[in-house]
Design a protein around this ligand. Sequence first.
Ligand SMILES: [Mn+2]
Length: 427
Amino acid sequence: MNIEQNQIEKHNDSLLTSHQRKLNFLKEEWSHVDLESVIQKLVDFQIAIPSWALGTGGTRFGRFAISGGEPRTIEEKIEDVGLLHALNAASGAISLHIPWDIPQDAAALKTLASSYGLKFDAMNSNTFQDQAGSPHSYKFGSLQNVNKAIRKQAIEHNIEVIKHGVALGSDALTVWLADGSCFPGQLNFRNAFENTLESLHEIYAALPDDWKIFVEYKAFEPNFYSTTVGDWGQSLLYASKLGKKAYTLVDLGHHLPNANIEQIVALLLMEGKLGGFHFNDSKYGDDDLTAGSIKPYQLFLIFNELVEGMDAKNMNHAKDMGWMIDASHNVKDPLEDLLQSVEAIMIAYAQALLVDRKALKAAQDNNDVAAAQEILQNTFRSDLRAVVAEARLRAGAALSPIGLYRDLQCRQSLVKQRGLNTVATGL
Ligand SMILES: [Mn+2]
């Protein structure tokens, strides 16, 4: 379904007085900083939506269709991201997954996406499932496999994904491997690493010059004893050995419990090797919960390092990193959930932009621990929702994206259009 501009304006008009009151308060509170440049950075910041987050996710215990109206095709997935982008003006890209979303007519898809103001973000390959008709199984790994023919099949799949991406105007490939082992003795760690590196070299060689490859790591699951790209150190090893087009990708849910992700981010940025980011939140493991729903302070601390580290390298916050949500939902309307994730990310980003860096540096140089904490918590505890809403307003989107989504009965329209029992391709 399409949202008309006048529907957004009518919605915004109804909330404008209250919004302006909150914004004016913040303008006064933050009169010593350039709030305009913060708002502009928020307008520019875009977070890609993965095609697999638009339908109902599942667990290994089952999958409950919740809301109906799930997108059945890539075209409908693009339409859903277009709907999100119309509501929040911050979801201007879609990330496709092959083979769940094989494009039949790339030119037509590009036209459709740009009609919603969307670009194609990083392409995702899949060697963690066996595909119908494939001669070889990935049961014992893909790029790491002891069998060369299986490695070759996985390499060729990744090269195929690059080709699809080139046709769509994407410029990055994300490789996440389920490869690893479930029991001690199953694998020779060094051989698994070397096989994986050799396979990645072949994929790297097929990358166009202006492309990046992101090597995503994950501590455990589906393998439970070892993972062949298990942590940021292993990912950085691969990325460093591969070359300048290779980067590490941080997925917030892919760490062991209590890992200091903000420190990982700071050091990867220092090395110029942080290329992509997957947002989600978790309580216990790779829970794929809504960004900011469990640990909002951690999300802020991560953004604090992202902003500090990117500024130190003169990087463009909006363009020099692949930002994406990676989540999958079992109990919420996936579109409402994505709106909530984007909002949480924008708030954390806004808070990080407002950290008093000069004062923080002075506190650090003086070992003034209490002052350093005060500085960080001062912005974290400020309610910046009106600043984020102002960015949306200026970009022509809704002051309250979820409010408008519900007022316009978007889900009901999608159910009417697509039916109650549609199932999105993917997980
Ligand atoms: Mn991920």
